[in-house]
Design a protein around this ligand. Sequence first.
Ligand SMILES: Cc1cc2nc3c(=O)[nH]c(=O)nc-3n(C[C@H](O)[C@H](O)[C@H](O)COP(=O)(O)OP(=O)(O)OC[C@H]3O[C@@H](n4cnc5c(N)ncnc54)[C@H](O)[C@@H]3O)c2cc1C
Length: 387
Amino acid sequence: MLQNVTDAFQDIRDAVRALCAEFPDEYHRKVDEARAYPEEFVDALTKAGWMAALIPEEYGGSGLGLTEASVIMEEINRSGGNSGACHGQMYNMNTLIRHGSEDQRRTYLPRIATGELRLQSMGVTEPTTGTDTTRIKTTAVRKGDRYVINGQKVWISRVQHSDLMILLARTTPLAEVTKKTEGLSIFLVDVKQAMAKGMTIRPILNMVNHETNELFFDNLEIPAENLIGEEGQGFRYILTGLNAERALIAAECIGDGYWFIDRVTRYVGERIVFGRPIGQNQGVQFPIAEAYIEVQAADLMRYEACRLFDAGKPCGAQANMAKYLAAKASWEAANACIQFHGGFGFACEYDVERKFRETRLYQVAPISTNLILSYVAEHVLGLPRSF
Ligand SMILES: Cc1cc2nc3c(=O)[nH]c(=O)nc-3n(C[C@H](O)[C@H](O)[C@H](O)COP(=O)(O)OP(=O)(O)OC[C@H]3O[C@@H](n4cnc5c(N)ncnc54)[C@H](O)[C@@H]3O)c2cc1C
């Protein structure tokens, strides 16, 4: 089955692979060392139309589904790159397409499709509430034809390389709603305008070369027409983006997993110690084989999550499980890869340590492994709520 699904997207794979081949290991290594943004790489992806994959044809995009988008992200990571620089545009897109008004779609989608605008950021996480999203403290208060935003966000990625951000804020106080998921709303924020009018950005230096920031909102006014969908229903809308994000990140982890397995398989076949290739030892073979099995299994769940998402069916369980399996598999592949490269795994010029750091992030973000287990226990198995 996996072969059939994979074959169905071979044209996309070949084209993305050819583009990625123009950006070899040295390119990504230098960007990482300089803690820079891979501007040329993202531009090339945009010019080739890949960043507009999900935009319907009538708005200038290619009208592809999440499945195809996931193949694009997988190929970037499989080539040695890191989709973290640009995956926001993919997972945010469906939130705007599915829940935005026709006016919003007409205003923004064609300009995103040409690359004039980037929709790379989503502001959900807050420093004092963490994973407990419904308790966020950022508020949006309607004043005439505007909303006034106050509060703080943390770990909001690519803000400095995006024109637009989807922001989650509370429009009705928690104490006044019957369900804690109600009273939250999402807004499209014009980043440059916001920076001039009450939004402050403070970058967070982190383990991965991932542009991410603290955001502070001090009476930021945004036009009421930037509300996406109905006021108070934002939590439901943001789940569209979060499920897409989980499925896409699963695909990225799968790309990483194959990258680690390819590299380590080649290395252990060539590295001679004790007069024979180290890959001749079963103690070396087994962890690599195990990681390969797990990456392939995760790959199946990724396609299932994407299939359901594209069919407009509930896919929360599958998106979460795909992300769980893929992040675990890529991490095991990363461990085997660094271990069997011996000392060379720690040398930057082999790229293993960079990819190792990058893939480690996905045990925590965008949702931690524990929270996925808790979701499955409660929502799939029907066990009592623990929090
Ligand atoms: C590099 C990076 C980029 C990010 N980009 C974005 C972004 O663009 N937009 C955005 O909104 N967010 C972003 N995030 C935030 C990310 O989604 C959160 O870090 C993640 O959801 C975990 O939330 P937290 O850090 O507040 O951890 P906490 O909620 O404080 O949890 C810490 C740990 O405790 C454990 N834990 C917590 N609660 C429970 C529980 N009930 N049961 C069992 N274990 C539990 C989990 O293991 C968890 O990892 C990013 C984070 C990073 C590191």
